[in-house]
Design a protein around this ligand. Sequence first.
Ligand code: UT7
Length: 323
Amino acid sequence: MTRRAVIIGVGHYLPERVVENAEFEAKLETTDEWIRSRSGIERRHFAAEGETTSVLATHAAKAALADAGCDADDIDAIVLATSTADFTFPSAATMVQAALGMTKGFAFDVQAVCAGFVYALSNANALILSGQAKRVLVIGAETFSRIMDWTDRSTCVLFGDGAGALVLEAQNGEGSADDRGLLSTDLNSDGRYKDLLHVDGGVSTQSTGFLRMQGNQVFRHAVEKLASTANTALDRANLTASDIDWIVPHQANIRIIQGTAKKMGLSMDKVVVTVQDHGNTSAASIPLALSVGKLRGQIKQGDLIVAEAIGGGLAWGAVVLRW
Ligand code: UT7
């Protein structure tokens, strides 16, 4: 028998305000056509004033708990992936813990930018496999609208706000790739590339800063590194790309998503795509896509899923799981 971290609930939350590409045409030298054709993005959600990352995360967490049929008391740990926590400290995760009325267990944030949810899943899996937790709430939540330079057309049209969450539970499997739950993970980073995608401020520089990106440089790394990490993770689970039911990629750019699928020899009807409606929500994009994919009827119990992401660091990785 093998201990597995099995997904028993999923949920998401998107702020009410939807901003169509056309809204940027009035303020910047850009067009709906440019944004759509270069990124695939048509609209995104922006959080309301005072609607912070932990608020979005709490909504998503409640939806995932309801889907799992669990109370906050049933949860042993919260792992929250974000680069846009409400405060320098405490962690957004402990704020969600309090908002859920959870008085036991432990909670912490993971910061790996757009790869954050993959890193959080890998950490949550380790907590479950090592016996430190039986049920873990894994959340990706971001308010990237708060770190946009609204005069920089090359970045501010690309990002959005949102949150998604999963509930993982320790269950016994057979130890084969037919088991439900997380089957393998692969994490990577290379800090030499920090200037390609970063925020030019932070606590130690006593500023907040804005997101800066050399988009075409990041693009060049993305397809190759995403296909490679996905294949490494599949290899670790003794699976190949032909076993995949769904790729659930980080939703940064439809051209990166298409390029990665092509490199893996998969057609786009095996890919869950939400980038048109959410934009790039960084660590929130994979759990959002998992939740929306389930609601659309795409993702079903028993499906083999590969989630992969790359972002600032550079940091990238993949998770293979059976839903
Ligand atoms: O989530 C974390 C990881 N991030 C990513 O994966 C993002 C990766 N990068 C990308 O998605 C794409 O590189 C972008 C969507 C950011 C840009 O697409 P691109 O095809 O790489 O365009 P580019 O950066 O090479 O820019 C092409 C042109 C430039 O003009 P010139 O220099 O050719 O005259 C830009 O100034 O497009 C111009 N441009 C715009 N034009 C209209 C840049 N932003 C805009 C805009 N509207 N909003």
